[in-house]
Design a protein around this ligand. Structure first.
Ligand code: PDD
Length: 284
């Protein structure tokens, strides 16, 4: 079955899905995106994702390409046409097409690209498989709260991790504080069993999975604090994990070659994986 993508009003086979060479997303990374998990054909946390998209667009003064209602219908149609039961949807909105000039003209028609990808449904067993990370200097700009397609620092950090033979990198700022993962939020569990994740501000993306995990942790009576934590503290942690719409809750079992805890997914991480997978099946 050919995969179908939505591009500016048309549903096209991937091979024919393309954008203009003067699209500002292509030339200036002048655009925003979202990645939303799909479970049993349904989008997980669709409302907060679209709220965050609305905020990203607003911060960059880019208009919605279609109404929010039409947007929801197109997302559903892309899932249907690709028969995705489990996986994720990728959507990107750029400022649109214009002759190359750094300043942008008013009134451009924004470009919209949406496509979906199937993956196997996560189980507690598959989701509990941990991975190693290395630290990388956070060389990003000061508006990481906007989900822009300008992702070169993340590309380079993830590539550096791959070249060291590990799955991902955690960004560390100039004070030795971990900001977040290349495409995920970072978490640790202290020896006192307290769950820690950095507070949200302009230096990290406010993850939708992160918000949901905080709600689930609170509902389960787990103790958590939103505060900065250093690379050194992370190496002393008993557990660590990342969260994102694609990685869900992913145990981090080694940081810069130092095993975290006993080098396996910890018990609080496992509890959160179970809660999160249940939530995906029965969102509330
Ligand atoms: N990335 N931090 C960054 C820098 C991210 O790029 C992402 C998501 C997150 C987690 O956000 P959420 O829980 O809403 O997915 C945090 C997506 C998955 C990506 O770029 O593929």
């Amino acid at each position: 079955m050919p995969r179908v993508a939505y591009v500016n009003g048309r549903y096209l086979p991937h091979r024919q899905a393309s954008i203009h060479i003067e699209d500002r997303g292509f030339q200036f990374a002048d655009g925003v995106y979202e990645v939303i998990a799909i479970t049993d054909g349904k989008l997980v946390d669709i409302k907060p994702h679209l709220d965050r998209l609305n905020r990203s667009l607003g911060e960059l003064n880019i208009a919605w390409p279609v109404t929010r209602r039409a947007f929801g219908l197109i997302l559903g149609e892309v899932i249907r046409r690709n028969r995705v039961s489990n996986g994720s949807i990728y959507l990107q909105i750029t400022r649109g097409v214009a002759p190359r000039d750094f300043a942008y003209p008013e009134g451009l028609q924004p470009s919209l690209v949406i496509y979906a990808r199937s993956t196997k449904k996560a189980s507690v067993a598959t989701a509990s498989q941990g991975h190693a990370v290395v630290s990388q200097p956070d060389i990003r700009w000061k508006r990481c709260d906007i989900k822009t397609v300008s992702l070169l620092p993340a590309v380079l950090a993830k590539q550096a991790a791959a070249e060291e033979g590990v799955a991902d990198a955690w960004f560390v700022d100039e004070d030795g504080i971990i900001t977040e993962g290349t495409s995920s939020n970072a978490w640790i569990v202290t020896p006192k069993k307290e769950i820690i994740t950095r507070q949200t501000d302009n230096l990290i993306l406010s993850g939708i999975t992160r918000q949901t995990i905080l709600k689930l942790a609170s509902g389960a009576g787990l103790t958590f604090t939103e505060r900065p934590f250093s690379l050194e503290e992370a190496k002393q942690a008993t557990e660590a994990f990342t969260s994102s719409s694609t990685a869900l809750v992913k145990p981090v079992i080694e940081i810069d070659g130092t095993p975290v805890g006993d080098g396996q997914a910890g018990s609080i991480t496992r509890q959160l994986i179970e809660h999160y997978l249940n939530y995906m099946d029965n969102p509330s």
